[in-house]
Design a protein around this ligand. Sequence first.
Ligand code: IPE
Ligand code: IPE
Ligand code: MG
Length: 254
Amino acid sequence: MADFTSSTTAVPEVGTVPRHVAIIMDGNGRWATSRMLPRFAGHVRGVEAVRRVVEACYQRGVGHLTLFAFSSENWRRPPDEVALLMRLFIRTLQREITELASRGIRLRVVGDIQAFEPRLRDLILESTARAPANERMVLTVAANYGGRWDILQAVRRMLAEHAELAADPSAITEPAFEPYLAMAGLPEPDLFIRTGGEQRISNFLLWQLAYTELYFTETYWPDFDGAAIDAAFASYRQRERRFGRTSAQVGAGR
Ligand code: IPE
Ligand code: IPE
Ligand code: MG
């Protein structure tokens, strides 16, 4: 039986450059400790890698770049590391936002920002309110984000708005549900990259990664750059995205 309700029914065009790239930026701490530096030095260098990778994706024509900056589980880290990460987040937003907007990069933040200190929350709201005149890329930063949080908040908001759905669960379809997810309106990621050697999702985009091509590299995030992006894209181009079909069907364009 055909499943016409699945969001992955339509096979997107496979271009040479992924339309949406989602990255778990991992390995800052190990980058630093391998150099006898404090973990925080790795986070500072990680911001430079963010700058390089945003630029590399922009130059290559990526339309959407989503970066995992702080997970809902990262509050479990020592309080001083969390505090330093928050300060770095504030400083980076203050420094970069004008430049991003002037280049046509729209900033979005997804995650439960209510948990952040008021100064950071206000800065996020102010930064994400700027809509560049000539939009070329959407940069989404996942901060205090968790894939499970996202699905639950979507369920809660959907039922709050449409209480009648509780009495008619069959009306809860993917198209009815998806607008409530934090990434609503964005294409699903074509390519997922995780640096730092771990091969796991760590509660990142659970719903949206259903058919994303996964790429893992040993490179620590502070060492990641345009050449590393090219290597990931080269791997992506080798993939055959079948979305449940057979190879012959995909070859015939069906
Ligand atoms: C990723 O690097 C940055 C954040 C999670 C904020 P880590 O800090 O997780 O670095 P490792 O994994 O300990 O090396
Ligand atoms: C995932 O990295 C979160 C971010 C990069 C923001 P972690 O380093 O927190 O993931 P685990 O704990 O190793 O799974
Ligand atoms: Mg880590």
